[in-house]
Design a protein around this ligand. Structure first.
Ligand SMILES: Nc1ncnc2c1ncn2[C@@H]1O[C@H](COP(=O)(O)OP(=O)(O)O)[C@@H](O)[C@H]1O
Ligand SMILES: [Mg+2]
Length: 435
């Protein structure tokens, strides 16, 4: 019987492939580079094979000894290897199958649509991946799993589409809602997610756009214009979507403003124009849903009162909360490294400036104990992170600046002193928070 034999041999090779952990490697080309992706990818794969090191998240050096790569490649980054590490211990090169994504950043900047009065723009448009959003995904720090979950969700949704899964048999959609208090990075996370996906899917969708709908502008005093604005906006989106090679992200930020307008219109306290606008928007969203190459990203600063019409439409609803102790430590760590890099805070002598231990290694006590200076620094960092409980990610990223501005002698800035001052500043900021 030949069939079982065939099955087992197929299964055997599958098992070998299954053993390997797929690790995305993102390769950013220089803006001056005219190299073909199909030439760069194998060159990077060969380089990674030769590298024979373990895989950890973060940038790796572009090899200067490889003239082709040195000339064309701006940066190489290993992504999501740390997740594999949790299951496998340290990820060694032979356990990994790198999946190389080559891209070039668009430097165009946002393109804005002005209305006839020249004041309001109903949307901004970016070509992705855009220079403005480079590094944004990495800078956003949440409890483990949130970013990965969003990425996996969107990847699955796009894959189902690509494979032509019949939506009558298996239903899914491409609407994401992030909700939570202001300043927790929801808008940034939407943009960063769009950027990530544009990189990961660039072989299927060579062109990619992000349209940020300005919900507030749709409720301008020029209500009579609003209907037209929505119609024009979605007509434009529809045109983009009809192009099969285009991947289009539509970001509708702070949908609660739409929901609120609809509610007050229903109760008769607002002009009925606004209800028409919101209904037009919902209808247009439903229409867009049937297009395979569109992902709708929405955010809301409030959860409880949000209009059911919006919540219902979203398939994935993720709560984005204020940063946990772990996230606060990491955010402040990244701030401190940046101030050291720029020389605003002095570097501890002899220490490599990228060597402040991560929260995970501080918790796991992997840190060398004999290094007292570093231990002091980590303790001060944990203390500062602790003092920041309740502050949003946005406030945290402003804290180093406020701290610096409050120093009596800013030219003498040792990191531990700086962190102690930051703890005081955080306490002051917290005392000024509304209850
Ligand atoms: N969890 C976080 N990790 C890192 N930075 C954050 C985080 N949350 C917020 N920030 C910072 O705050 C800024 C503002 O976030 P934003 O996306 O406008 O928040 P929201 O839309 O939730 O009000 C971001 O650009 C980022 O610098
Ligand atoms: Mg926002």
């Amino acid at each position: 019987m030949s069939v079982p034999m065939e099955v087992s041999s197929v299964h055997g090779s599958d098992a070998a492939a299954e053993d390997k952990v797929l690790v995305p490697v993102e390769v950013c080309l220089k803006s001056s580079s005219a190299a073909r992706v199909d030439d760069v990818r194998p060159a990077v794969e060969r380089m990674l094979e030769k590298r024979s090191l373990s895989y950890t998240d973060g940038p790796i050096r572009v090899p200067t000894e490889d003239a082709f790569l040195a000339e064309n490649v701006q940066s190489i980054r290993i992504c999501e290897a740390d997740e594999g590490t949790q299951e496998h211990g340290v990820l060694l090169f032979w356990q990994v199958k790198p999946v190389v994504h080559v891209f070039q950043l668009s430097e165009e900047g946002p393109c804005e649509e002005l209305t006839t009065d020249g004041q309001l723009s109903s949307f901004h448009e970016w070509t992705l991946p855009a220079k403005e959003f480079d590094g944004m995904w990495e800078s956003l720090i949440y409890e483990p799993g949130l970013k990965k979950r969003l990425l996996r969700y969107a990847q699955s949704a796009l894959l189902f589409t690509e494979k032509g899964v019949d939506p009558f048999l298996v239903s899914w959609n491409r609407i994401i809602l992030l909700h939570g208090p202001p300043g927790t990075g929801k808008t940034s996370l939407c943009k960063a997610l769009a950027q990530k996906l544009s990189i990961r899917f660039n072989s299927r969708y060579p062109q990619c756009q992000l349209i940020e709908v300005n919900a507030h502008s749709l409720f301008s005093k020029w209500f009579s214009e609003s209907g037209k604005l929505v119609a024009r906006l979605f007509q434009k989106i529809q045109e983009m979507v009809e192009e099969d090679n285009n991947l289009v992200f539509v970001l509708i930020d702070e949908v609660e403003s739409l929901a609120a307008a609809r509610k007050s219109a229903l109760s008769g306290s607002e002009p009925s124009d606004s209800i028409r606008v919101v209904n037009a928007l919902l209808t247009q969203m439903d229409k867009l849903k049937s297009s395979p190459n569109v992902v709708i990203l929405t955010t809301s600063n409030i959860t409880a009162a949000i209009d059911i019409a919006f919540v219902d439409r979203a398939d994935i609803k993720a709560y984005v909360g204020p940063p946990t102790l772990h996230a606060r430590y990491e955010i402040l760590r990244s701030c401190l490294l940046e101030l050291m890099r720029t020389g605003i805070v002095s570097n501890i002598k002899e220490l490599d400036m990228f060597s402040i231990p991560s929260y995970a290694s501080v918790q796991g006590r992997v840190m060398p104990v004999q290094d007292l200076e570093m231990a002091d620094l980590c303790n001060a960092l944990v203390e500062a992170a602790d003092a920041c409980e309740g502050l949003s990610g946005r406030s945290l990223r402003k804290l180093p600046f406020l701290t610096h501005a409050s120093l009596a002698e800013p030219q003498w800035c040792n990191p531990v002193k700086f962190l102690q001052k930051m703890t005081d500043t955080a306490k002051r900021e917290r005392s000024e928070l509304p209850d």
